[in-house]
Design a protein around this ligand. Structure first.
Ligand SMILES: [Mn+2]
Length: 478
């Protein structure tokens, strides 16, 4: 039987008790009756026919509250009493033959300290009875088709209406809890970051002229899988780093290219790491590559230097943006008053995304609960190009884990478009951009933990300076 990777049962019991306490307070304040929380786990999801499924990944809210990574389970929690019922089915003969034995239902319930366990078929009946008493159970917005269909059938709510009927108090309580990482979670995340560093080092070792992007994608994936988990998201492994979410791997590395790897691993328990490295396939940055790369490093440093509890993360984003503009001004590519450029959003030509995001059981932690709640405390988000892609803006708290990932990109199509429009031509020297159009894309990403005394870089030492990178790249054989 596969070993089950979980924390102690009491950990899950304590998390559910904290969730109920936070939720009761909110519901009483809102004058809403306290009812039942419904947390569905994920089901298997077919790729191209029923029995050929994507690799199973448990829902992170379910994983957080129960730790069980098996498909086709669900649970209810009575908010007033905290009483937890797990819905799961006994082993079938088919399971014994095809997928191997798993824990029996009593052992599953014991592993997460559930008070009771019932067959899956009992759940709709329970929900109907609870609905007659207290109205709809409290549930989180579903993000998978399979879960939408199950919820729609159980709750008699059209699938298209589920997001509107999701419980805002439950969303807020879940975010408040999950965004503050326990020490045991920090250990898991650090382990994921260390596997992630090993992925990046392995790809750097192999990333010489003549290799294919696909071979480097395979190498990154190999190290993640060998670490026991899977990649925390489909890796970006490309010589065309200016395409921000480039998920194809058709290219080959040529002398003079830069390689951009944005990839991370999950631990067996599902905690994520997420790093980005930009390195020259020849082993040495050209003067042009070095100039841009060092601005990106400086931008990350400026942002990370501000991190502490209470800092609105938006300010760290703007600190990175200012450093990028100053660097591009020094290269003669931009000019004008810094504050004016930042307020207008002219820097977004080169830095069109946000500085970072929270990280935990999801690589973009809890984004299924809605970016407005997770990243902005429910406050409205800017619609300005660039700033609209900032996923995290709210004040930081001790215990948060987040990424810092500034970048500079020479996106030919976007430059051509803005140039034709004359957009921000008072700040951007389009006529001087010609020699930079082939310079590609640069991003450096690190993972940070906020503590009461400031911010801590997660993971083993990984020297991203030009000297550090070139030393690591020296002595490779192509
Ligand atoms: Mn990231």
């Amino acid at each position: 039987m596969n070993e089950v990777a979980m924390f102690e049962p009491a950990v899950y019991q304590a998390r559910r008790a904290a969730l109920c306490a936070a939720l009761s307070a909110q519901l009483r304040e809102a004058g809403v009756s306290v009812g039942l929380i419904l947390l569905p786990g994920n089901a298997e999801s077919p790729m191209n026919y029923t029995d050929n499924t994507y690799r199973f990944r448990q829902d992170s809210a379910f994983l957080y509250c129960f730790g069980l990574a098996e498909p086709d389970m669900a649970a209810t929690i009575d908010v007033a009493s905290g009483r937890t019922t797990l819905y799961a089915d006994e082993l079938t003969v088919d399971m014994l033959v095809w997928t191997g034995p798993r824990l029996g239902v009593a052992a599953l319930a014991a592993a997460c300290a559930a008070d009771d366990v019932q067959p899956s078929a009992a759940l709709p009946c329970t929900l109907r009875a609870a609905a007659a008493r207290d109205g709809l159970p409290l549930f989180l917005p579903p993000y998978r088709g399979e879960t939408c269909l199950r919820l729609a059938a159980w709750l008699d709510v059209p699938a298209a209406m589920l997001a509107d009927k999701a419980s805002l108090p439950l969303i807020k309580a879940m975010i408040a809890l999950r965004q503050i990482k326990e020490e045991r979670e920090v250990e898991q995340i650090e382990q994921a970051v260390n596997t992630t560093i090993a992925m990046h080092r392995a790809v750097m070792a192999l990333g010489t002229p003549g290799r294919s992007e696909a071979a480097l994608m395979a190498e990154a994936t190999r190290v993640a899988l060998a670490g026991g988990g899977m990649p925390s998201f489909p890796p970006i492994a490309t010589v065309r780093g200016a395409v921000l979410h480039n998920h194809g791997y058709p290219g080959y590395l040529r002398s003079g290219d830069l390689f951009l790897l944005d990839a991370g691993a999950e631990t067996v328990m599902g905690y994520a790491g997420d790093l980005t490295t930009t390195f020259p396939v020849d082993g040495k940055y050209s003067p042009q590559q070095r100039a841009i790369y060092e601005i990106v490093l400086a931008a990350g440093k400026a942002a990370a230097g501000l991190l502490k509890p209470g800092l609105p993360f938006k300010e760290a984003h703007f600190a990175a943006a200012r450093t990028i503009v100053e660097g591009l001004q020094a290269l003669g590519l931009m000019s004008g008053p810094l504050d004016e450029i930042i307020a207008a959003g002219a820097h977004a030509l080169f830095f069109p995304h946000g500085l970072g995001h929270q990280m935990g059981l999801d690589v973009h932690d809890m984004e299924s609960l809605g970016e407005a709640q997770v990243g902005y405390d429910g406050q409205p988000k800017s619609t300005q190009f660039g700033l609209k892609s900032l996923r995290l803006a709210k004040p930081l708290l001790a215990g948060m884990v987040l990424t810092i990932e500034p970048g500079i990109y020479f996106i030919e199509g976007l430059i051509a478009l803005w140039r034709a429009e004359g957009r921000f031509k008072q700040y951007i020297h389009y006529d001087r951009l010609e020699p930079w159009l082939q310079a590609g894309g640069y991003r450096n990403e690190e993972n940070w933990l906020i503590r009461a005394d400031g911010a801590h870089l997660l993971g083993a030492r990984f020297d991203k300076s030009v000297a550090g990178m070139e030393t690591a790249l020296a002595g490779r054989r192509s």
